[in-house]
Design a protein around this ligand. Structure first.
Ligand code: MTE
Length: 335
């Protein structure tokens, strides 16, 4: 993107996630032994709690904290190591709060993420303004561990807490004319400093979109938490999109509007630099960005001595689940 690369987070700031996880696993194991009276055979997904929980306390209403705490681990979990909480919440792109990777964590505390409403509009039988609580009523949240690949060639593995966007779409009943879904981020310059900057090149608010079949795909997630906690502001509180086979710029944060449209919606990065950032933005190691290769990625945590460079996978490793959506399409043209 147009943004300069900041220095890495010093390793001294990294919480020993492995130690923490090991301790939790031990406690969970002990619980299942006590509950079942047998060996440690209980699969994590049967426990009514996310498998990965950070110690950090994040602001949010009690009902949301409780709902997040009772999320269940999804059926398919990655075996790759998780990116530590400190990196997931300390190395961000959220340009409303600044252009350095550490700016969102430093500045996003100004955002009032609770209470929150989302407008559902366009080609839909049940338009209206819904509170976050309305949207989450009766929803069984899941912990979904997905790879996140940024177009800037770094990547993470994040344990999101969320639910399939498809569940919400079904509830609001799109009409037959709904071919795309357009998403809009909050525009509130009083709380988002870059929105009032005279030097900003972004036409706020931040916008993204998906084709209807992409939006309905079960992997496409609306996230309200990560690491078993309420989503921190810098990660797009209280509601953000996660589309694991696409570049991270599709993962629009702090969503206030979801609109069903007949035409392909305009999206922030493809408006800014259409030759560099397409509407589809599917992760593809064979299609280079005009200014750099996409063949490899820097998996965080990464540093000078241990850059942790790994090959990038087609559709970010989710080809089996999503390649059929693009059958017959020229992925070089529809990048
Ligand atoms: N959403 C908004 N509203 N503003 C942004 O600047 N940046 C995008 C995406 N969503 C962005 C956004 C980009 S470029 C990336 S890579 C991801 O958020 C980063 O998500 P993360 O900070 O939680 O890792």
């Amino acid at each position: 993107m147009l943004i300069k690369q900041p220095s890495d987070i010093p390793s001294s700031e990294i919480t020993p996630e492995a130690i923490y996880k090991a301790r939790r696993e031990f406690m969970r194991g002990a619980m299942s032994v006590a509950a079942l009276g047998i060996g440690m055979s209980a699969a994590p997904r049967v426990l009514a709690e996310p498998a990965h929980v950070a110690e950090a306390e994040v602001k949010g209403p009690d009902w949301l904290k409780q709902q997040i705490a009772s999320a269940k681990a999804a059926q398919t979990q990655l075996t790759e190591s998780l990116t530590p909480y400190e990196h997931v919440t300390g190395y961000n792109n959220f340009y409303e709060f600044g252009y350095n990777k550490t700016d969102p964590a430093a500045n996003a505390h100004t955002l009032t993420a609770h209470p929150w409403t989302v407008e559902i509009a366009g080609e839909v039988a049940k338009p209206g303004t819904y509170t976050l609580e309305d949207l989450l009523k009766g929803v069984a949240l899941e912990e979904r561990v997905y790879r996140l690949r940024c177009v800037e060639a770094w990547s993470m593995v994040v344990p999101w807490i969320g639910f399939s966007l498809a569940d919400l779409i079904k509830r609001v009943e799109p009409t037959g004319n709904a071919k795309f879904v357009a998403f809009t981020t909050l525009e509130r310059p009083s709380e988002m400093p870059e929105q009032k900057s005279r030097f900003s090149t972004i036409d706020w608010p931040y916008r993204e979109g998906l084709r209807m079949d992409e939006a309905m795909h079960p992997l496409t997630t609306l996230a309200v938490g990560l690491y078993g906690k309420v989503l921190p502001n810098q990660n797009g509180a209280p509601l953000r999109l996660v589309v694991p086979w696409k570049y991270g710029f599709k993962y629009i944060k702090s969503i206030v509007k979801i609109e069903f449209t007949e035409k392909q919606p305009k999206t922030t990065w493809s408006m800014l630099a259409p030759d560099e950032y397409g509407f589809y933005a599917n992760v593809n190691p064979q299609v280079s960005h005009p200014r750099w290769s996409q063949a490899e990625e820097r998996r965080l945590p990464s540093g000078l001595l241990k850059p942790n460079i790994i090959p990038t996978q087609l559709f970010n490793g989710y080809a089996e689940q999503v390649a059929h959506l693009y059958k017959g399409m020229d992925l070089r043209k529809f990048y």
